[in-house]
Design a protein around this ligand. Structure first.
Ligand SMILES: NC(=O)c1ccc[n+]([C@@H]2O[C@H](COP(=O)([O-])OP(=O)(O)OC[C@H]3O[C@@H](n4cnc5c(N)ncnc54)[C@H](O)[C@@H]3O)[C@@H](O)[C@H]2O)c1
Ligand SMILES: [Zn+2]
Length: 358
């Protein structure tokens, strides 16, 4: 078992990582009173709810099971959560447990921040993406019909339990999608880690227990270190958007269908790396290391032919993270070091996009 302390907003949040670390003793330590509401979805409930309920014997536990899917990460589901909490007459002594991937984590996290102006929250992330990314850093929220994650807040939990045993039931496509964010941490902050990922890709793809703990621990440390320095994304937290400028544009061009977030980010990372070679001194062998690592994980690096480059460019310009209409890229100066650049011309981007089409 590993424990990382995430020091943020005057709090010290334990992030506990290990195989089978969820237990009665470990979880109950972070629940102040008797009342507990578990928020999860149909798929995860079938696989993992019984065990969690066992660990919570002795508490007054109520469970809300939502339908599965990103399309339910909306205000209407948030209303359902609030209705459920109010009908159960919970008060401010409540602890909400988010049991699920990023969708449940973001939604239940936002509900915990808005119900009675804030009750306690515990994250139990069950996808690799949620374990290395979405459960850490406090961003919560729901989608709006005009865009993703447009309604939300910053809310940190009492504790985060990263139990790798949950990953045993995760479909391979979801697992590989999470690996994309792991490669990102290596590319932007840690060359030794990226080389290790590259060398050990077979073990990692086979979800070898020791490799999993190592890759999650390194990723969590990377995210914690960035967010501790810049919680509200006024500067270096934006580095975590490496690969996301193009990634988000691909996802929205495809209406979030047929490609996972991690797959879109993988294409975006190689694209940003290609710009980095030409505009910010990234060496070609470093570019090759990134490409090779993504390929080892069977992550895509070419833009699907069903989208036009003009559409992608248009969607990049709409990205909510842009300032004054300029397209922002996170570029690498070398592996492990990066910065923001909003001086890349549309003409140059369009030309490069064409070379990335499959
Ligand atoms: N808050 C943040 O900082 C942040 C960061 C990145 C992403 N996100 C958000 O995270 C969401 C994506 O998260 P995700 O990739 O975890 O998707 P997800 O929550 O939809 O989970 C993916 C699929 O895996 C299933 N699943 C989850 N755990 C499982 C398990 N252990 N076994 C079997 N199936 C399981 C889910 O039911 C779902 O079908 C997006 O909404 C994104 O906006 C938030
Ligand atoms: Zn991402």
């Amino acid at each position: 078992m590993k424990k990382i302390l995430f020091k943020i907003a005057g709090k010290s949040i334990p992030i506990i990582i290990g195989d089978g670390i969820c237990s009665k003793a470990s979880i109950s330590k972070y629940i102040d009173y008797k009342d507990v509401a578990i928020i999860t979805n149909t798929k995860i409930a079938k696989l993992h709810l019984k065990n969690l309920e066992k660990y919570l014997k002795g508490f007054n536990v109520k469970v809300l099971i939502l339908p599965d899917g990103e399309k339910y990460k909306n205000i209407s589901s948030l209303n359902k959560v609030h209705d459920f909490l109010i009908k159960n007459k919970f008060n401010r002594n409540l602890t909400i447990i988010a049991l699920g991937g990023g969708v449940i984590g973001d939604l239940a996290g936002f509900a915990s921040d808005t119900f009675l102006r804030g009750v306690n929250l515990i994250h139990i992330p069950t996808t690799l993406l949620a374990q290395v990314d979405s459960s850490i850093g406090g961003k919560t929220g729901v989608n709006h019909k005009y865009g993703k994650n447009l309604i939300g807040s910053f809310k940190h939990p009492m504790a985060i339990f990263i139990d790798t045993s949950y990953l045993k039931t995760l479909p391979q496509k979801e697992y590989i999608s999470g690996l994309s964010e792991v490669v990102k941490y290596g590319a932007i902050g840690n060359k030794v880690f990226l080389k290790w990922l590259n060398k050990n890709s077979k073990l990692i793809l086979a979800r070898d227990s020791g490799s999993l703990i190592k890759l999650i621990t390194n990723s969590v440390k990377a995210k914690v270190s960035v967010v501790q320095k810049d919680e509200k994304e006024s500067n270096i937290r934006a580095h975590l958007n490496f690969g996301h400028t193009l990634g988000h544009a691909i996802e929205s061009s495809l209406n979030y269908k047929g490609i996972s977030h991690g797959e879109a980010v993988s294409i975006g990372m190689l694209f940003a790396s290609a710009i980095s070679v030409e505009k910010s001194d990234l060496k070609i062998d470093e570019f090759n290391l990134i490409e090779n690592t993504l390929a080892n994980f069977s992550l895509p690096v070419r833009i699907p032919s069903s989208i036009t480059c003009a559409k992608i460019l248009q969607n990049m310009a709409y990205d909510k993270k842009n300032k004054q209409g300029k397209i922002n890229f996170v570029l690498l100066t070398s592996i492990g070091s990066c910065g923001l650049n909003d001086h890349i011309s549309d003409r140059y981007i369009l030309g490069l996009l064409k070379t990335f089409q499959s």
